[in-house]
Write a protein that binds this ligand. Structure first.
Ligand code: 8YV
Length: 321
């Protein structure tokens, strides 16, 4: 029987995924489950046929060019792949795969959690209770913003954006969207298309960022665009922190230009601008969009499906290069 191929996982994987990986491959796991530096990745990837990485790992050209020649596949445990230089990977003949579809529902769910959490002041309310400051019900206590009947603008109407729209419709929201291309009428479900995202902003009582991190979306939400939103609008970001200019968002949340924000992602995470933590109108989560047991298992299995295909000399189902 042929010897099992060696695979490096840069981070610990969910137990069910580890079991399958260890059954079919010689798995080299990162026991400390911390972010490995480039030198550590190069050393640990020796003799490996594939690397499973996460979105927090940066595979730039310099690192890709240093990887051992044995490495044929880089399977990222994420749908986003902005952390990998695809051109450098292609030039080196390295295949790259991601994990689309399986995290759409979980991420759309967390988007609604952020939207509702921000609109209904969930963090302030829970703090009141947990800190023993709740002295009784009053007619004006912790009143937030109603979501039914309000307009939700979605930047990026891919799989996750569309799943957010479907959920928000269930809450009675009216959907506007900005996307590079217009959806079909079946996909649109009556949503209003804006070819120009800036043109959409004045129509957004709520704005949800669901676009990938690219040079075009970098700091999309800056001071000038926040000014285009209606006063008292609520912003939600479950995509990538790079879409937001933190300075501008914090200023708008402090001045009251924006009523609230629901944020699951931050530029430079796990570090974040400490001023966010002081804002009562920030509903903040530590990047848990895809964090359900079912979703994380499914993401891991997709990585392994791509490993299996490439190991068998077949095209990986989610190969991007
Ligand atoms: C991942 C994500 O869990 O898939 C993505 O792009 O942002 C998350 O679902 C995280 O990035 C770890 O790779």
């Amino acid at each position: 029987m042929a010897e099992k191929l060696r695979v490096l996982a840069t981070r610990a994987l969910p137990p069910a995924v580890t079991d399958r990986l260890s059954r079919d491959y010689r798995a080299s796991l990162n026991p400390a489950d911390r972010v490995l530096g480039p030198d550590e990745i190069v050393a640990a990837a020796e003799d490996c046929f594939a690397i499973i990485c996460i979105a927090g790992d940066r595979f730039d050209r310099a690192l890709i060019e240093r990887l051992p020649a044995s490495v044929k596949l880089l399977a990222t445990f994420s749908v986003g792949y902005e952390h990998i230089d695809l051109a450098a990977a292609k030039a080196r003949g390295l295949q790259v795969s991601n994990t689309p579809d399986v995290l759409t529902d979980a991420t759309a769910d967390i988007t609604l959690l952020c939207l509702l959490g921000a609109a209904r002041r969930a963090w302030e309310a829970e703090s009141l209770l947990r800190q023993g400051r709740w002295t009784g019900w009053t007619t004006t206590q912790l009143c937030g913003t109603h979501v039914g009947g309000k307009r939700l603008g979605i930047l990026g109407m891919g799989r996750i954006g569309r799943a957010v729209a479907a959920r928000a419709r269930g809450f009675g929201m009216k959907i506007h969207y900005a996307n590079r291309s217009r959806l079909t009428p079946e996909q649109e479900q009556g949503a209003t298309y804006h070819a120009d995202p800036e043109e959409m902003l004045p129509h957004c009582d709520f704005l949800s960022l669901n676009a990938p991190s690219t040079p075009e979306t970098h700091h999309f939400l800056n001071a000038q665009r926040i000014a285009l939103l209606p006063d008292g609008a609520i912003v939600v970001n479950t995509a990538r922190g790079t879409l937001v200019d933190d300075e501008a968002l914090i200023a708008a949340l402090t001045s009251g230009k924006l009523a609230a924000a629901g944020l699951d992602v931050f530029e430079g995470e796990p570090q974040l601008d400490p001023r966010y933590l002081e804002l009562p109108n920030g509903f903040l989560l530590p990047h848990i969009g895809s964090a359900t047991v079912e979703t994380r298992d499914a993401m891991g299995f997709i990585c392994l499906d791509n490993l299996d295909a490439v190991a068998a000399g077949k095209p990986g189902p989610n190969v991007l290069t």
